[in-house]
Design a protein around this ligand. Structure first.
Ligand code: NDP
Length: 340
């Protein structure tokens, strides 16, 4: 059995979902309530592969919210992730994806040193960040969506916002090795990590957001930001492809500039309907078939009986592992989302 640990994008989102699920008594509760709430196993999932194989899984709502990343709530954020992992393991789930901020909290607060959660000794080989598949899907979205906008990759400048992150660095490695993009612009805050990435790649220009965006034909957003940014005042190229892979979304406002197309990044479409409810709650356009690529990674590992932490740690994703998970992704009927 596979598991998916997820969370909602904001307190307001959580309140709306509670109302929609019929828990009206929770819909006006504030952050303190969500800080105290234990993880919930809220959905049973059945997925059939394009090969005909069927697998079963569970969705674990961690009750983490990005607002908990404030200094005062950080202990609650950590508790949410560890409790959700313990709940998944206790329920006998063999491979569980840590969706959205779950793996970011796990890494940023070195939770690997906190292996015991009450009576559960966490076995990290049962968890995957899902970031290898996410990075693979974003790269395929770049390769397949760019020509639709008339962007020739061999002439294109690609800016990666969050370049030094786990997904961002993998995207840079792939774009460097597997495509012939002309220029890579590397955006993040920590200069030392940017310089290390630039040295590893042997290319790429380190630039700030405001300087990089007007030069980019394609912008890949994979920054770990609790709230989206408004870039509507920055002039962009025409055409320009913006791939927003953040969860919550990195881009805040709707883009009004001519020739600018926004694609939801790191999202896959399955060839067959998936029996679940959860994707409706995160507002997928086609909730029966569309899902986050990190969740799909747990499904792929279950289909392939590869019960191991395929994606783990930080900045260790190789092009070879992206190809491996990409092959499994195609075999089982997942496609990168390409509709704008
Ligand atoms: P990491 O924490 O590994 O990396 C985050 C990157 O963002 C770093 O380069 C960081 O560098 C940069 N960053 C953070 N804040 C800012 C900022 N304000 N401005 C510019 N850069 C910033 O995160 P992941 O790679 O694991 O995840 C990235 C995003 O992808 C997240 O939003 C996550 O929720 C989402 N995600 C989506 C999935 C999907 O299936 N679609 C799956 C998993 C994750 P620095 O701190 O130096 O600025």
């Amino acid at each position: 059995m596979f598991g998916l640990i997820g969370h909602l994008t904001s307190l307001e989102h959580a309140q709306r979902v509670a109302q929609r699920l019929g828990y009206s008594e929770y819909s006006d509760q504030g952050l303190d309530f969500w800080c105290a709430a234990p993880p919930q196993l809220v959905d049973d999932i059945t997925v059939t592969s394009a090969t005909g194989q069927t697998i079963y899984g569970k969705y674990v709502e961690s009750c983490f919210l990005p607002e908990m990343l404030s200094q005062r709530r950080i202990k609650a954020a950590i508790r949410k992730i560890l409790n959700a992992m313990a709940a998944a393991q206790k329920n006998g789930i063999q491979i569980t994806a840590l969706g959205g901020f779950s793996s970011i909290v796990f890494e940023n607060f070195s939770l690997k040193n906190q292996q015991r959660v009450r009576d559960v000794e966490l076995d990290y080989s049962r968890f995957t960040t899902g970031n290898t598949h996410t990075a693979y899907i974003i790269c395929r979205q770049v390769e397949q969506a760019a020509p639709k906008l008339g962007i020739d990759l061999s002439q294109a400048t690609v800016a990666v916002c969050g370049a030094t992150g786990d997904i961002g660095s993998a995207v840079c490695r792939w774009l460097d090795r597997q495509t012939d993009v002309q220029d890579l612009l590397l955006i993040a805050r920590n200069q030392e990590r940017l310089q290390n990435l630039q040295a590893e790649l042997g290319r790429g220009k380190i630039l700030g957001l405001e300087e990089a965006l007007p030069q980019a034909d394609i912008v890949v957003w994979v920054a770990s930001m609790p709230r989206g940014v408004d870039i509507s005042q920055i002039p962009l190229r025409n055409p320009c492809l913006l791939i927003d892979g953040g969860y919550p979304k990195n881009l805040d406002a709707k883009m009004q500039q001519p020739g600018v197309c926004v694609l939801k990044g790191g999202i896959v479409e399955h060839a067959l309907d998936i029996d679940w409810q959860i994707m409706e709650l995160v507002n997928m356009d086609v909730p029966g078939r569309q899902l986050f690529a990190c969740f799909a990674e747990a499904m792929l590992l279950e289909f392939e009986q590869l019960w191991t932490n395929f994606s783990w740690g930080r900045n260790q994703i190789t092009v070879e592992k992206m190809e491996q998970i990409g092959t499994a992704s195609c075999k089982h009927g997942f496609q990168p989302l390409l509709s704008f």
